[in-house]
Design a protein around this ligand. Structure first.
Ligand SMILES: [Zn+2]
Length: 693
């Protein structure tokens, strides 16, 4: 498995709207003019034809709206063999964005653009150089690991690796920078549980994952062969490595527990961390990391994990620890090494996700560069793909959605007047960020070299690590974005009480100034509503208008809110997506609240927009409302392998795309009305719709 791009490591605690897959966004017709303008008949006809071709009108919309909206696309769109998940929204958009980014990188490599982009692109694309280098690019890390012979040397080497190679996200645990939840202007270091190779703690214990675990162990052994281990020795080491990872996993919180913002807020500082286990030489780690004095500016999300870590390390023999560290380095670097190693690494990805083939090298290079140098390549991307009226139209839509959300507050019967007033206050201090940051990141001191792909990646990691951690104890930079502009995603920033929409998602099929506004509101409008509602979901509601984690609700309101969210938890938690595989209602609760509430706000906003600016019907056979709901559903049409679906349900905070569409609509009376879905039809919730916002 490749190391995650910087954007994902730093965004570890973000509430994002789509799955944390590959970066990217699309090519789109540059718009002209500065105000929203009527769409041209030709563009309108083209959109209409595509909406009709995407749907399957033979499926009753009141029985299965997802198949009604997406059936045509699902029947006619083969999933590319290298994509275990392929959607008409995120993935098709990412595919088009990759073409734009490739153009930018190729131009830079020809001397037309940022020279460093040209250098990293050439180095990444040079397959012959990867072949020649073998495992030589990780020789410095492997040599450092050989120095581990006791507890003190282990913690020192882990500190060096975190700083020089992993950007804090690697062996044993993860270290990230973020705002303090109770003092959101203060920038602090935060320790997260981590250090395992399988995608979640349940993969190490649950009997249903025994076969996958065995496959993983064989994979580790095969990979260790590339470091020169004989098969028998590699197999023995793999068994010990997987055993050690299993012990780490045994002390982890579940993904659903990690959503508890109070339980995971532990501002205990270095002194408190040391008190969890007196014997652990944390001093060695922080010295090697280059930050010996975090002092009180250190927080720990899961103290029990860190209390258990020291004793676990002490009872593990140094040979196993060295093998574990070698595996950590090899595993994270594998995707950047020789073609044989890349293929062997992919063999396990295939087992895990059901992808049949590796993505072409150029796609992998584009994704990696967008994920790691997003604001360098993003400047040219924005210039090409986010011109004209896009920003003004998106801003006007967000305004309208915020107004619709505010207008809905008095109708929520579970709310008391005090809580309602404070919710209004929080809404009125919400900030919108659209397209790209006002100030681009300064990459001034970053140095990259020709022909050294993996060392370039490590250099970018180190650059970001130092840039972030040098500021610990200082104040949060509110202008900084935690997502690259060319990414197909969006997020809610709890500490800043801001919603953020990169240019990468403000593209077809989610959005275009040439689309009928019904399609825009159903597409990106729903995403905007979704991010806004994150400010008020079961974890976002705990942060006040200044982004401070505090109890600003009356106990009675909390009780009633919890009853409403219980309805959502039950509605999704009963759904079996594959035999024996059920959605986790607790894990996905925040996203599901955001989906239902966001869709409702986007729809109300669309209705009010249309009253003021009527449009001619885009498609004769459809009402405006129907077009809105199709615009929404069709941006989530998705082909997915069973393996990827199983993995999604186990690890992702979102419900799978089909349920994101069908369940949220089932709980929206405006949808029943648009399609006349009466009580008793599957798309009409019984006995009543779940309504939180
Ligand atoms: Zn979300």
């Amino acid at each position: 498995m490749p190391r995650p791009p910087i954007a994902l490591v730093l965004g570890a605690l973000l509430t994002a709207c789509t799955r944390p897959a590959g970066p990217q966004a699309p090519v789109h017709t540059p718009a002209t003019g500065s105000a929203p303008r009527p769409t041209t008949p030709t563009a309108r006809d083209a959109v209409g034809a595509e909406v009709l071709a995407t749907m399957d009108a033979t499926v009753d919309p009141c029985v299965d709206f997802y198949r009604h909206a997406c059936g045509g696309w699902l029947a006619n769109t083969p999933r590319p063999p290298h994509r275990p998940v392929y959607s008409r929204g995120v993935d098709a958009l990412a595919e088009r964005n990759r073409l734009v980014l490739r153009d930018i990188l190729e131009a830079a490599a020809r001397g037309d653009g940022d020279a460093r982009l040209g250098t990293v692109w050439r180095a990444c694309m040079d397959e012959a150089a990867h072949e020649r280098a073998g495992v030589a690019p990780i020789a410095p890390e492997l040599a450092a690991i050989e120095r581990v012979n006791d507890e003190a040397s282990l913690w020192r080497v882990v500190g060096e690796l975190h700083r020089e190679f992993f950007m804090g996200s690697g062996p044993l645990f993860t270290l990230i920078p973020q705002g303090d939840a109770r003092d959101p202007d203060r920038w602090v270091a935060t320790l997260l549980q981590g250090g395992t190779g399988l995608p979640g703690r349940e993969f190490y214990g649950a009997p249903e994952h025994a076969a996958l675990r065995a496959e993983y162990q064989r994979h580790v052994a095969r990979m260790l062969g590339f470091l020169g281990e004989a098969p028998a020795a590699a197999a023995a080491q793999a068994a010990r490595i997987v055993g050690f990872e299993g012990e780490l996993a045994a002390h982890m919180m579940s993904p659903a527990e990690l959503r508890d913002v109070v339980k995971t807020y532990n501002p205990i500082g270095v002194v408190g961390l040391q008190a969890l286990d007196r014997a652990t030489p944390w001093r060695r780690y922080f010295d090697a990391l280059g930050y010996p004095r975090f002092g009180a500016d250190l927080q720990v999300t899961t103290p029990p994990f860190f209390a258990a870590l020291g004793p676990l390390v002490r009872r593990t023999d140094p040979a196993t620890l060295r093998a574990y560290l070698r595996w950590q380095v090899l595993n994270s670097a594998a995707a950047s090494l020789s073609p044989a190693i890349v293929e062997a690494d992919f063999a396990f990805t295939r087992v895990l996700t059901g992808a049949q083939s590796l993505a072409p090298r150029w796609e992998r290079c584009v994704d990696e560069i967008n994920g790691n140098l997003g604001e360098l390549v993003g400047q040219a991307y924005v210039a090409r793909s986010f011109a004209g009226a896009s920003k003004a139209t998106a801003a006007a839509m967000i305004d309208r959605i915020e107004q619709a959300f505010a207008a809905g507050l008095p109708t929520l019967t579970w709310m008391d007047p005090d809580t309602r007033e404070r919710a209004r206050e929080k809404l009125s201090s919400l900030t919108d960020k659209i397209g790209y940051p006002a100030q681009w990141r300064d990459y001034g001191s970053l140095k990259v070299a020709e022909g050294e792909h993996l060392r370039n990646v490590a250099a970018v990691y180190r650059f970001e690590f130092i840039r972030h951690f040098d500021r610990i104890g200082g104040s949060v930079d509110r202008g900084e974005w935690r997502m690259p502009p060319a990414m197909v995603n969006a997020y809610y920033d709890r500490g800043g009480n801001a919603i953020v929409f990169p240019a990468g998602v403000l593209q077809p099929p989610y959005f275009s100034v040439d689309f009928p506004m019904a399609v825009n509101f159903g597409g990106v409008g729903m995403v905007m509503g979704h991010e806004l509602v994150h400010g008020f979901d079961d974890s976002g509601r705990r942060f006040d208008s200044r982004g401070v984690l505090s109890e600003w609700w009356s106990p009675a309101a909390v009780k009633r809110f919890t009853a409403q969210t219980g309805c959502v938890e039950a509605a999704y938690g009963e759904i079996e997506v594959l035999p024996g595989v059920k959605i986790d209602g607790k894990l996905t609760l925040g996203e599901n609240i955001a989906d239902i509430g966001g869709l409702k706000a986007a729809h109300a906003a669309w209705r009010s927009w249309r009253r003021e600016r009527p449009e001619p019907p885009a498609i004769d056979a459809l009402s405006d409302d129907q077009l809105f709901f199709l615009g929404f559903a069709q941006s989530w049409c998705t082909q997915i392998t069973d393996e990827a679906l199983r993995l999604h349900v186990a690890t992702d905070f979102h419900s799978p795309p089909e349920q994101r569409v069908n369940v949220s609509l089932t709980h929206l009376p405006a949808f029943w009305k648009a399609y006349q879905c009466g009580p008793g039809t599957p798309m009409h919730a019984q006995p009543a719709a779940c309504e939180v916002w």
